[in-house]
Ligand binder design. Structure first.
Ligand code: SF4
Ligand code: SF4
Length: 383
């Protein structure tokens, strides 16, 4: 059955400025009727890594929080720690990064609470209904324990998932560090000993101590066992698939084997989304900003030129439908250059697929649908 996705195309007027449009958009979803007075509402958002400018801006979020308060909820803004070293790897830096991007409790009328505790270990194990990879998922405790969940998403491309929207904001974004590791674990590096120069630059980068230099004479693939040299060796059992080493290697010694595990990664992420969303007694609300549609994630530390014009804001109780609708709207929009899009791409062609041909957006959505997270069939209801 088709799910309803409500859409505002960004047109506004003196009589109906942004806040009025958002109020109307949220009103159409009927979410307010699920709110009981005093309930704690986790508003899951990506505050943007330092250097990013395309993330959802606080000014856009405040009216959403106001609507939640009007409905009787007590909202808090939240996200969980990242696996990689950056501004959001633990709660103190993460909360400061949120503040730096304008997510100040006094301005927002809601506090920022990093959901998985000081060092990313505060978690709850939730069952994964129908999961083939996991029986339990490790979810940031404050998101799991909140009475209500509202997901504010920025639609954009993504280096590992092809695109990031509602399902990724929950599946990866609500996972604790351990949960994120579980999803990434088999996307560890592919080691090319012949390409490795033995420089050792990657060894210190690996916090999991999965990389070490070894005498190539005892390493498989040594081109000349008579002349031993130092090359990298990966201890797969220690690797958490965080990807930090890929950037460290300038010689092609460590690469990602996208072809073999993209499908598995997508499925694991969707199972995490299922653990979060299907365990909740009440529906969750998903709000997607199809604006500043950058080729890469807001984790990257920069915002590249958008791949299409700003399109609008979507709201739905169905995370699969809202992701499908967002992708369709992006594909129907005219491509923009200069951007990272391949030259010559036509309106109507799949922009996220063109950016990352090994990661078709449908891959994750089909599995999400099979898990019962929602429907790829939708009715787009314009305000
Ligand atoms: S992906 Fe690389 S840096 Fe991360 S744990 Fe594995 S070997 Fe270490
Ligand atoms: S894999 Fe790359 S970074 Fe690591 S030792 Fe070899 S050449 Fe250096």
């Amino acid at each position: 059955m088709a799910s309803q996705v409500y859409f505002w195309n960004l047109r506004a007027s003196m009589k109906a400025p942004y806040a009025e449009r958002i109020k109307k958009l949220l009103g159409r979803t009927g979410f307010a009727k699920h709110v009981t007075s005093g309930e704690l509402a986790a508003v899951k958002i990506h505050f943007g890594e330092r250097g990013v400018t395309g993330h959802v801006q606080p000014l856009m979020v405040r009216p959403i929080l106001d609507e939640l308060v009007r409905a009787g909820a007590r909202p808090f803004l939240t996200d969980a720690s990242t696996l990689y070293v950056g501004q959001r790897g633990e709660a103190v830096s993460h909360a400061m990064q949120a503040a730096l991007h304008g997510y100040d409790p006094l301005l927002m009328g809601a506090p920022v609470i990093i959901a998985d505790g000081l060092k990313g270990a505060s978690q709850v194990a939730l069952p994964v209904p129908g999961g083939k990879h996991f029986q339990k998922a490790f979810i940031a405790a404050d998101i799991a324990e909140a009475d209500l969940l509202i997901s504010i998403n920025h639609l954009k491309g993504h280096e590992l998932a092809g695109f990031g929207g509602a399902l990724k904001n929950i599946g990866m974004g609500a996972a604790s560090k351990q949960g994120k590791m579980q999803q990434h674990v088999t996307t560890g590096p592919k080691v090319d000993i012949a390409a490795c120069k033995g420089c050792g630059a990657c060894v210190g980068i690996c916090a999991a101590q999965a990389l070490a230099l070894a005498d190539a004479a005892v390493s498989a693939g040594n081109p000349n066992p008579e002349k031993p040299r130092q090359t990298i060796r990966l201890d797969q059992s220690r690797c958490v698939g965080c990807g930090a080493c890929f950037l460290a290697c300038k010689h092609g010694g460590l690469t990602i084997d996208w072809q073999t595990d993209v499908q598995g990664f997508m499925e694991r992420m969707m199972e995490y989304a299922a653990a979060v969303l299907l365990s909740r007694p009440k529906p969750s609300l998903h709000i997607t900003f199809v604006t500043s549609v950058t080729p890469d994630c807001d984790c990257m530390g920069f915002s590249d030129a958008p791949i299409c014009p700003d399109i609008g804001v979507l709201a739905s109780l169905d995370p699969v439908a809202i992701d499908q609708a967002g992708i369709d709207l992006v594909n129907m929009a005219e491509p923009l250059w200069p951007s990272h899009l391949p030259k010559g791409l036509k309106t109507g062609q799949d922009k996220f697929l063109a950016l990352r041909p090994s990661m078709p957006p449908a891959m994750g959505l089909e599995y999400a649908e099979a898990l019962g997270l929602g429907s790829r069939e939708y009715e787009l209801v314009a305000l």
